[in-house]
Ligand binder design. Structure first.
Ligand code: DGY
Length: 326
């Protein structure tokens, strides 16, 4: 008899074909998040689940899922999981690290360059017919990226991929992380560890690559923004909530920092309307990993995890290894 699984939200046809071949699949083919009560109801009687980052998985959603063995998130971030509650329920949890590093690093750079050179505002200006002719003093002076200092807060895989790209721009790269990188990795990324105060003070471009947790909530708030250069740009492709959006809006409005490129926000998808009035911020809708190839690789990675878990093998990206000892 095939194991029973829930897929909470639309994936790719090739991913669903693979799941259908291995499992009895309860699939929500719509690209909308199911309400938590519906997830809870549909988890009853299931052996496993493929979830998306819009699904909160906690004690309530697991309450009726006695036979559940694994929940497999199609995301590297798993702040939608209450890992303690999942572990307490005896369920394995997995994520999808690695496959999205380069795509997400590309997005960080897209935002960095767009913010530095005011690309989105300039595009709007041209479209609106405001361009009257080329000028030397054109009012569009941006910030040089080349030879500037790139700061990275959170130096995991994606942070390192962001750092490696800086070589082409002849940048100095500094980073802050709880742990120093291995010296070989520092050499490979040409990056130097600094304390957080130095990172804030010296970065021309500060890229946030921290996971979100209570410990990183508002890691960038009013005090941190005040410590940055007035010419600095802040880039966030990690998670909303790492930045205090209210404090950032004030800093941008008062030009206490020069600009920001944001792929993630507090209270997504609701955007604080004050962002929309600012011409020194570039906004994208949490598309960091969004190329078809990468989203497919993420789905397949989550399926690899689920197949292993339900086969009684260790899933490659197990988040709660204490489950194996249990
Ligand atoms: C992740 O994997 O955590 C990303 O935010 C999803 O695009």
């Amino acid at each position: 008899m095939k194991a029973k699984i829930l897929v909470t939200r639309a994936l790719f046809p090739e991913a669903i074909d693979r799941l259908n071949a291995a499992f009895e699949v309860d699939y929500n083919p719509e690209d909308r998040a199911l309400p938590p009560a519906e997830i809870a109801a549909r988890l009853a009687g299931k052996d496993g689940a493929i979830t998306l980052l819009s699904d909160r998985i906690d004690a309530q959603t697991l309450a009726g899922a006695a036979g559940l063995k694994a929940v497999c998130n199609v995301a590297v971030g798993y702040n939608n999981y209450d890992l303690a509650a999942i572990t307490a329920a005896g369920v394995m949890a997995t994520n999808t690290p690695g496959v999205l590093d380069d795509t997400t690093a590309d997005t960080a750079w897209a935002l960095l360059l767009a913010s530095a050179r005011r690309i989105v505002a300039a595009d709007r200006w041209v479209r609106n017919g405001q361009w009257q002719g080329w000028k030397f003093h054109d009012g569009w002076f941006g910030q040089d990226v080349h030879h500037a200092t790139l700061g990275i807060l959170g130096m995991g895989r994606i942070g390192r991929a962001v750092a490696r790209r800086a070589g082409g721009f002849a940048m100095r790269v500094i980073y802050h992380n709880r742990q120093h990188l291995h010296p070989d990795q520092e050499t490979e990324c040409a990056a130097t560890w600094v304390d957080k105060a130095t990172l804030l003070r010296e970065s021309d471009f500060l890229v946030l690559m921290l996971p979100y947790s209570p410990a990183t909530h508002h890691a960038i708030g009013a005090a941190e923004l005040a410590a940055m250069k007035p010419t600095a740009h802040l880039i966030n492709v990690a998670r909303g909530g790492i930045v205090d959006d209210g404090a950032l809006i004030a800093a941008l409005a008062e030009r206490r920092i020069a600009g920001a490129g944001l792929d993630v926000f507090e209270n997504e998808p609701a955007l604080d309307p004050r962002f929309a009035d600012l011409d020194n911020v570039v906004l994208t809708p949490h598309i960091g990993s969004s190329s078809r190839a990468t989203r497919l690789a993420m789905a397949m990675c989550a399926i690899d995890n689920l197949v292993a878990a339900l086969d009684g093998r260790r899933p490659p990206n197990l988040l709660n290894p204490q489950m194996l000892a249990a």
